[in-house]
Design a protein around this ligand. Sequence first.
Ligand code: GSH
Length: 271
Amino acid sequence: MISPRFIFYCSVVILHVFGYETLYQKTDNLPASVLNTIHDDGQLKNSIKLPPGDIFPIQFVFKTAIYKERKQKMKITFSHASPYVRKVMACAIARGIENQLEKWSIPATDPSIRPYNPLSKVPTLVKDDGGALFDSPVICEYLDTIGTAAPVFPVAGPARWNALRLQALGDGIMDASQPRRREMGLPQDDGRIAYIELQQGKVARALDALEQEVSAFGSLTTIGEITVACALGYLDFRFASEPWRPGHPKLDAWYAQVVQLPPLAHSMPAG
Ligand SMILES: N[C@@H](CCC(=O)N[C@@H](CS)C(=O)NCC(=O)O)C(=O)O
């Protein structure tokens, strides 16, 4: 004769395999204390002990909480060294949604990025619905639509144009610096030397322009300020032998203050 206990376990197993979606609804109101016990990769933190293995329903709720966390996460192609990735992470931190981003550490050359981004670049964001977005300005603006914190993209009007212009200036410093680093490691023929000088000129003029207007900057409240700060951080990280601070004392003072704020302090480059 089949025992009620056996039927109970069988039904739990069947529900476990096929019924996540059903129970998922019920875990919507799980307290933060439970959800906070889950690591970025969906594993339970060591601090929490699973209930004994034979108390299936309780384990089930925990596992479903993990599933819920996984289901909600977006994936960001991640590199500790990329200034563009840092910018995206800094935006997410500024808006308090970094826990919703799962870091997908992958080189830009890896073919598995291509289905999401034919340009095969990092950062690429894979949204929780499976769709993808790329180019850091696009990703950052998308992140601005998530959560309830103050947006970093101002609403339409002069403040927005100013923030977008600053973002372009910061991105431009990265665009002129990041590929230059590769060129510097190659044989220096005339063409390459001219290219490197051209890119250095762009960065030098951008820094001078920033020095002129930095007095009006706030504390990383807009995408423009976040991008400029990440660009300066990248110069420190990869071009320490070409210091940008001499001749830019106001920019130096502003950066010294904002680099201590969580969006920058918690996204320091490495590699
Ligand atoms: N405009 C892009 C630039 C992204 C970018 O160039 N990322 C670099 C890594 S730091 C990359 O993926 N390079 C590989 C390539 O260009 O093929 C953005 O803002 O996201």
